[in-house]
Design a protein. Structure first.
Length: 293
C-alpha cells in the first residue's frame, strides 16, 4: 500500500504524518504542491510528481491552504476519478476555501452559522452591518491561521477597512459577532470519529493558536458533535477540522478546515494520537477500496 502527502507552502506538519504513515503503509511519499503537474489526454489522466504518477497510489492526503484552492480542487477530482482515496470529494475545496460559500452551504443544510454577507462594496457593508449589529467580523474569503480576520465596532472602523479592501479588489465576508469569550472548540472529524480541543486566549474574540491562543481540554455535547459531523458531510470531507462556538445554547460553525493544525500537545490534550488515526483512516479506506476491486 502506498500513500502520498501533498503539502502547501504553509504546511510544517507533514513530517509528523509521514512518521505515522511509515509504520502502516509500505511506501510513503511527501510532495510539495508546487512540484505537482497534471497530464491529460483523450485516453489518460495523471498526477505527476517528478516521474511518479500519484494516480497509481492507494491514498493521497492533501494538506494545502486556501491559496491553492483551484489546484487542490482539480487534484482531488482527478485522484477520486482514478479511485485513489483522498479526504475530500470533488467539490469540497470549492466550499472550504471560500469562507462565505462554506457558510452558505452549511446554512442551506440547516447547520448553525453566523449571519453572513458577501460584498465588495463599502456602502453595502455599512448597510449590512447596521442589520447585523455591531460589532461585526470582517473576513477575507481566503485566509489561513486567522489571517484576514478583523473586527469593527462601529461604522467609523468598518468603512476605512472596506475602502482599503475594495482598492485591493479583496472579497469580504461580513459576519455577525457571536460572543464566545475568546474561546472556541476545534472539533476534528475523522470518518465517524469525533474528537476535540478548545482554544482560548486573553483576547475577547480571537482564539487562533497562531494568534497566541492556547489549547485546553474541550467539553463537547451531543449537539456540537452532531453539527461538526453534518458540516463535514455536507461539504464532502471525510477528515477535517471544524471551528465551533456555543451561542444561545446551540453550536455555530465558524469555519471548515481541511488542513487543521497538528501537534503532540494536541494529542496529549485530546488523549489520543489524532495524527495516527488520520493515517489509519486513510489506510482503512484504501484497504476497503482494494478489496472491492
Amino acid at each position: 500500500m502506498k500513500i502520498a502527502i501533498i503539502y502547501g507552502e504553509v504546511s510544517t506538519k507533514h513530517q509528523m504524518i509521514m512518521e505515522r504513515a511509515e509504520d502502516i503503509f509500505e511506501s510513503v511519499l511527501a510532495a510539495p504542491i508546487d512540484g505537482i503537474k497534471f497530464f491529460h489526454s483523450l485516453e489518460d489522466q495523471k498526477v505527476l510528481y517528478k516521474d511518479i504518477d500519484l494516480t497509481e497510489y492507494d491514498a493521497v492526503y492533501i494538506r494545502t491552504d486556501d491559496r491553492d484552492m483551484m489546484f487542490a480542487e482539480h487534484l482531488s477530482e482527478v485522484l477520486n476519478e482514478e479511485d485513489v482515496v483522498t479526504q475530500a470529494q470533488n467539490d469540497t475545496y470549492a466550499y472550504e476555501s471560500n469562507k462565505f460559500y462554506s457558510m452558505k452551504v452549511l446554512a442551506e443544510n440547516g447547520i448553525g452559522v453566523p449571519n453572513s454577507v458577501y460584498t465588495l462594496s463599502p456602502e453595502v457593508a455599512v448597510s449590512a452591518a447596521k442589520e447585523l449589529g455591531y460589532p461585526v467580523i470582517m473576513k477575507t474569503v481566503k485566509g489561513v491561521g486567522g489571517e484576514g480576520v478583523m473586527r469593527a465596532s462601529s461604522e467609523s472602523e468598518l468603512k476605512p477597512v472596506m475602502d482599503t479592501m475594495k482598492s485591493f479588489e479583496q472579497e469580504i465576508c461580513l459576519q455577525e459577532f457571536k460572543e464566545h469569550g475568546g474561546t472556541d472548540t476545534r472539533v476534528i472529524v475523522i470518518g465517524d470519529e469525533i474528537m476535540a480541543y478548545s482554544r482560548s486566549s486573553n483576547d475577547d474574540w480571537r482564539s487562533n493558536i497562531s494568534g497566541g491562543g492556547e489549547r485546553v481540554e474541550a467539553q463537547m455535547d451531543k449537539e456540537m458533535k452532531k453539527a461538526a459531523r453534518r458540516a463535514a458531510g455536507v461539504t464532502g470531507f471525510d477528515i477535517c477540522g471544524c471551528d465551533v462556538i456555543e451561542g444561545n445554547g446551540k453550536p455555530f460553525i465558524l469555519e471548515i478546515n481541511g488542513s487543521f493544525g497538528l501537534s503532540e500537545e494536541m494529542n496529549q490534550i485530546i488523549g489520543e494520537d489524532v495524527i495516527l488515526r488520520l493515517v489509519e483512516r486513510l489506510h482503512e479506506r484504501a484497504m476497503a477500496k482494494k478489496a472491492e476491486k
